[in-house]
Ligand binder design. Sequence first.
Ligand code: OGA
Ligand code: NI
Length: 261
Amino acid sequence: MKDVLVVATEFFDLPVEEKKRFYSEDPHDQGCRLKTSIDFAREKVHFWRDNLRHICHPLEEHIQQWPDNPARYREVFGLYSVEVRNLGLRILDLICEGLGLEAGYFEGELSQGHFMSVNHYPPCPDPTLVLGLPKHGDPFTITLLNQGDVPGLQVLKDDQWIAVEPLPNAFVVNINHMLQIISNGKLKSAYHRVVASNVARMTIASFIGPSMDVVIQPAKSLVSESNPPLYKCFTFGDFTRTYITDTPKGKDPLEHLMIQS
Ligand code: OGA
Ligand code: NI
């Protein structure tokens, strides 16, 4: 967990010339994409984050697109992504048992997707004017966040923002939007945001989720006449397209999926 944070810092410390071949402004860009949140033309609040995102699974099909500078990047992130994936799948197995779903419910297409998002929050001269990341829920199944040792993450509970203090060698595990829908609202996706600070912060978020063409709906065994489905059926790809436009507008991306009673 420490090594990935060190290598990530080395990556963001590279000269712009070296990093810019990964830069892209296309939100649908797959593969390996570097971006910065600051968008002077459109934004109302500055979002103080640089971000590198890449696909992690199947590793052999994607590792060639990852940075090869720092020289250790692929080795360290490759080992890490395999271990994080195993941990995530174990947690999903336990969630499956907890929900009373048939064994293996999350294996296969609901956990086929695996992204890593490397977040670099540069030191900010006036943290009161910016946010690291605005309020959002993660769109996938679960997130395993390695947040290093610098605070910044906050979670929304009962309309209050609560700081999630970093614990050494621990992951923050978030329930994501798809798990809320599959569990028919039994599990709630966690809304969270990041505040900026005057020291640099590096975090690594690993997202496990469905592939784009997978049909998502409340699990059949969790719905009944007395407990009707709360959400419509849709593909994860369709959801992703509205998520990308709804979230920056502050719109709840689950709202249009709710079945009105
Ligand atoms: C994210 C996220 C939190 C953090 O990448 O989706 O919420 O502390 N990151 O960086
Ligand atoms: Ni998030």
